[in-house]
Design a protein around this ligand. Structure first.
Ligand code: FRU
Length: 443
């Protein structure tokens, strides 16, 4: 990678070598390696076509290799993009299911007419070299109540049956998720639809999984009305607790400026890991890496566990602890990036880094940019939580991941400090700061 575009390059977060990155796709552990695919537009930092899948692999979540754009849009059924999808291992092969996006030429609204969304499968033995494509579902296979917006197949096996869940928008403008079943990964039958009133007009990237004996539906709903302390981003992203077939209790995954379209998967030891896109479409703020030729990154892998109250906790995957150097006491000063700050508080507290202030007071955590050169249009985000005795901040050279109260609440944001170090000022916080080694990321 040339040093000309090295500014803002991160040490812990996966980024495209050039061009645009969005959703994580096809997350899995297959043949001894983690595979992280992602939505990739190598030709332009603003997402210019073609859009396909880029690919990273790693044996341990710490040493990563980028293998390029491994899935291209090159058949009529995916001519406007190989959109998001997922992976499952069967018969020694990895089966990747994705959305073939088609935009017809003409005078269409692209909601009720003019758009095709096909579920397509490819297989691969090594993660990078793909078989020919098979189109498994087309718009005519979706229920009549669906608009043309149906996408993002997430596949899994449960009780000997294969299942796919797809995000959709109904003809009357409600978000929902469609479930299909199959015995052979090839022939799919429509099963049922999951929805909840007043949670947006379109659900993207659904993901249904079980923790303990509770099922959770993760989704990225568009059109959830903003409130002062919740749903502050242009598009929302959270999870529902399932009560039988009914999604209930929508909780945001992350209250920061930059988080969307997460996908979960199982680590070989049974942990449920989640990776999100540290970006959102149509945001009113910017990223200064665009003139340098690339934009966006993924979050760290996060372990998802169930809290006693049924809500979910997110914590950085424990593998990352291996990057810690010797702990320093949490004191005001200047620190090199990246670092992992673990703070404890007895009550209200404050923490500031270059251009950004964090504060917990009166039951509200506030993340506020104080310097627009560093926030690039990002202003303020809030999270309400009854208590906040723990704060963990993983600060990379151009992003912050903030975990509150053991991962009950997370806030992710891009952050563009002038140097690869930051001033730090803490009030009413004790604890440690671990300088971190970077991951190895080979492009
Ligand atoms: C979410 C999303 C998905 C779609 C993909 C296209 O960010 O809009 O619904 O498959 O991005 O890149």
């Amino acid at each position: 990678m040339s040093t000309a575009n090295a500014r803002w390059r991160q040490k812990l977060h996966l980024e495209p070598p050039q061009g645009w990155m969005n959703d994580p796709n096809g997350l899995c552990f297959y043949k001894g390696s983690y595979h992280v695919y992602f939505q990739y537009s190598p030709m332009g930092a603003r997402g210019e076509p073609p859009r396909g899948w880029g690919h990273f692999t790693s044996p341990d979540l710490l040493h990563w290799t980028f293998t390029g754009m491994v899935l291209q849009p090159d058949i009529p059924e995916d001519r406007n993009g190989a959109y998001s999808g997922s992976a499952i291992e069967r018969g020694g092969l990895l089966h990747l299911f994705y959305t073939g996006n088609v935009k017809e030429q003409g005078d269409y609204d692209y909601i009720l007419r003019g758009r095709g969304a096909n579920v397509i499968r490819v297989t691969t033995a090594d993660g990078s070299n793909m078989s020919s494509k098979e189109v498994l579902l087309r718009n005519s296979d979706y229920p009549a109540f669906c608009s043309c917006h149906v996408r993002d197949p997430k596949v899994w096996e449960e009780d000997g049956v294969f299942r796919i869940i797809l995000g959709a928008r109904t003809v009357d403008g409600r978000g929902c998720a469609l479930l299909y079943t199959s015995d052979d990964l090839t022939h799919w039958q429509y099963d049922r639809c999951l929805s909840l009133p007043d949670t947006g007009y379109m659900w993207e990237c659904p993901d249904l999984f079980t923790l303990g004996d509770t099922a959770y539906l993760s989704a990225s709903p568009q059109g959830v009305p903003a409130e002062t302390y919740r749903f502050q981003n242009v598009y929302s992203c959270g999870y529902f607790r399932m009560d039988g077939d009914t999604p209930t209790q929508y909780t945001e995954w992350d209250c920061g400026f930059d988080f969307y379209a997460p996908q979960t998967f199982l680590a070989p030891d049974g942990r449920r890991l989640l990776i999100g896109w540290m970006g959102i479409g149509d945001i009113p703020y910017t990223n200064p890496t665009v003139p340098l030729g690339w934009q966006h990154c993924l979050t760290l892998p996060r372990e998802v566990t169930q809290n006693t109250d049924g809500l979910l906790l997110q914590t950085p995957a424990r593998e990352l602890d291996a990057l810690r150097k010797d702990a320093l006491p949490l004191q005001n000063g200047t620190y090199g990036l990246p670092f992992d700050l673990c703070g404890k508080a007895d009550g209200d507290f404050r923490l500031s880094l270059d251009g950004v202030q964090m504060q917990y007071a009166d039951g509200v955590f506030t993340l506020r940019f104080t310097d627009d050169a560093i926030g690039c249009g990002r202003t303020v985000r809030y999270a309400k939580l009854p208590q906040c005795r723990l704060i963990r901040v993983i600060a990379d050279t151009s992003s912050l991941e903030i975990y509150l109260d053991g991962g009950r609440t997370a806030l992710s944001t891009r952050w563009y400090p002038a140097a690869s170090q930051t001033a730090l000022c803490a009030e009413n916080l004790t604890g440690s700061l671990y300088p971190l080694r970077g991951m190895q990321i080979v492009y």
